[in-house]
Design a binder for this molecule. Structure first.
Ligand SMILES: Cc1cc2nc3c(=O)[nH]c(=O)nc-3n(C[C@H](O)[C@H](O)[C@H](O)COP(=O)(O)O)c2cc1C
Length: 245
């Protein structure tokens, strides 16, 4: 184990500190702003319903009862439940000028994260890898692969991922944030990812489901499943969701 001071993470945190003397923080790399959100024109799409039921579960008991769930029933998830989970984690909830706000906070309202789904069992949807079109509130099918097993393998063989009806996979498009925040922006991107995942975990609790965050994965193997390059856009975080079995 190297000295803490010698570690990459420590150096990064030191180099990206902001102080009163150096308000702007470290100089930013010159990078061009990419598109605000991603779509896959021409992909087969699944429109998502917005008519989910309010079930009135007490918020404090959702917090009290949240635990990571790593065993799931075989029954499929309903499309309405999946739609609620997507909305709760990344849905658009407001607009001010050119800014579209979402359920989870994001540094500078830049929303660098993209959501993909590895769907095994959702009523009315064929299994496959899907991308969440956040503005259109619909899914775009990227591949017809039955994704559970290959995804679990790409996540260090974590078997519960193959059992889950749905796995969420979050990537970051780094430029969305780093055009504004430069090197310090990487901190914010990681914080954004945490907010999104916790929203998902609590929404799962609201629906009587559970989930497990996953950060142990072979980066490029998961990126390959999604068809993202691992440079401009790369996977940061995943979560399995379903009804506890
Ligand atoms: C950043 C992060 C990464 C995690 N990665 C994994 C993982 O790869 N596999 C896993 O089974 N659990 C993972 N977890 C879940 C933790 O093990 C779990 O949250 C912790 O043991 C506390 O238990 P609880 O969530 O049930 O309260 C992760 C949690 C976080 C916050």
């Amino acid at each position: 184990m190297p000295e803490l001071k010698e570690s990459l993470g420590h150096k990064y945190l030191q180099e990206t500190k902001v102080s009163r003397e150096e308000r702007g923080g470290p100089s930013s790399p010159a990078i061009q702003r990419p598109e605000r959100w991603k779509t896959y024109p021409g992909a087969e799409v699944v429109e998502l319903p917005r008519d989910w039921q309010e079930q009135g579960v007490d918020f404090l008991s959702i917090l009290q009862q949240r635990r990571s769930v790593r065993s799931f029933v075989d029954a499929p998830m309903s499309l309405a439940d999946l739609a609620l989970l997507l909305w709760a984690s990344q849905g658009i909830t407001g607009q001010a000028g050119s800014y579209f706000f979402r359920t989870a906070p994001s540094a500078g309202a830049l929303y660098p994260m993209e959501t993909y789904l590895a769907i095994q069992r959702v009523e009315g949807i064929d299994p496959g890898i899907y991308h969440f079109d956040v503005q259109g509130f619909r899914l775009e099918r990227l591949s017809a692969l039955l994704p559970g097993r290959p995804l679990a393998e790409a996540c260090l063989g974590q078997g519960f991922m193959a059992q889950a009806p749905v796995n969420f996979i979050w990537t970051a498009i780094f430029r969305r944030n780093m055009t504004k925040y430069g090197h310090r922006g990487m901190r914010y991107i990681l914080l954004d990812a945490g907010h999104i995942c916790q929203n998902l975990m609590l929404a799962a609790g609201f629906l009587g489901m559970g989930g497990c965050p996953v950060a142990a994965f072979f980066d490029d193997e998961v990126n390959d499943l999604l068809g993202v390059d691992g440079q401009e856009e790369s996977t940061l975080y995943l979560a399995s969701v379903g009804r506890k079995g």
